[in-house]
Design a protein around this ligand. Structure first.
Ligand code: PBG
Length: 334
């Protein structure tokens, strides 16, 4: 298509008035796009601030239920639950992950009792429960794939039994979506969705999260690089996504968010499936730190960052800003 040129064409004409800018916006943020990640700890009426994530705390179950109710009040469709497990309860194999009475399962039951219609998403990965901080089972210096799959299926099943709506495997083991799908189906959970962290990178941006869940420094020198993806790769992400879809994933996640917008864009364009992105802890921390110094306008860059995900193709965004974005959207609308 040939397009006119200056002076017949003036791009600024459409931008001159507020009504026109708003009328012609190609993308719009909605509270329906938000997923709120929450951290849970043992105890009662307890809240502990996460140092590297100003404004974010770990809450005991009773308080987390309060946050779930806040999500409902704000119209946020779903929360994602992440536990911070007492060090004494962790072991090499992350055994507690498969215990139906662990902190995550008790949280899900409490949230579902108080807010039955709120979507509840549970991470599947062993790292909150392993004493070495790895997402899988460590044997002789290697994260063993197939033995880990069995543990992940146990973990997914007890979370499903507790009442969660979406299982979100974030471990990056091979074959886990198929294994979890089969295990869920066999247990009669065929309607529980799988939202797979299909393209999850070995990223430095997860630093503050690891503080939040009390994951220690990782055993072994290569970090999570033998299972999470190399930040240099893009085609490999498409391969990962195609495998997870073939194995039965209903939704795919690209993670982290802002540094990987190109991956999100490709994923949406090439597969046309529901795509979610995760604005991770380090992205949140950067915006908060720069704003605290007066170097960035916090609300403005917060909204801009979420809009960038929408523009790139995200159907929903996991973000620690969820309640603030929701409140801001509500004030703009009213
Ligand atoms: C664990 C998990 C991680 C995050 C979500 N699930 C950390 C990791 O893989 O080391 C990161 C989230 C964030 O940084 O906000 N499998």
């Amino acid at each position: 298509m040939s397009r006119g040129q200056y002076p017949a064409t003036r791009m600024r004409r459409n931008r001159m008035k507020a009504f026109s800018r708003s009328m012609l916006a190609e993308n719009r943020l909605s509270v329906d796009d938000l997923i709120w990640p929450l951290f849970v700890i043992e105890g009662e009426d307890r809240a502990e601030a996460v140092t590297a994530m100003p404004g974010v705390s770990r809450h005991s179950i009773d308080r987390l239920v309060g946050q779930a109710q806040e999500a409902v009040r704000l119209g946020i469709p779903a929360i994602a639950v992440f536990p911070s497990i007492d060090a004494a309860l962790k072991d090499n194999d992350g055994t507690l992950a498969g215990d139906p009475d662990n902190l995550v399962c008790r949280t899900v039951r409490a949230v579902k009792a108080a807010c039955p219609d709120l979507g509840v998403i549970c991470d599947v990965a062993l790292d909150p429960f392993t004493n070495n901080g790895h997402d899988g089972i460590l044997r002789d210096g290697e994260i063993v794939n197939d033995a880990t799959l069995e543990a992940l299926c146990r973990q997914a099943l007890c979370q499903a039994d507790a009442g969660c709506d979406i299982i979100a495997p974030s471990d990056m083991m091979d074959g886990r979506v198929a294994a979890i799908r089969a295990a869920l189906d066999e247990a009669g959970h065929e309607n529980i969705q799988i939202m797979s962290y299909a393209a999850k990178y070995a990223s430095g941006f997860y630093g503050p999260f690891r503080e939040a869940v009390g994951a220690g420094s990782l055993a072994g020198g290569q970090g999570k690089a033998t299972y999470q993806m190399n930040p240099a790769n893009s085609d490999e992400a498409m391969h990962e996504i195609s495998l997870d879809l073939a194995e039965g994933a209903d939704i795919v996640i690209v993670k982290p968010g802002m540094p990987y917008l190109d991956i999100l864009r490709r994923a949406k364009a090439e597969f046309g499936v529901p795509c979610v992105t995760y604005q991770v802890s380090g992205e949140y921390a950067m915006i908060m730190a720069a704003s605290a110094n007066g170097w960035l306008d916090e609300d403005r860059v917060m909204m801009e960052s979420i809009m960038a995900f929408k523009r790139a193709g995200a159907d929903a965004v996991l973000t620690y800003f969820a309640p603030r974005v929701a409140s801001l959207l509500a004030t703009v609308e009213s």
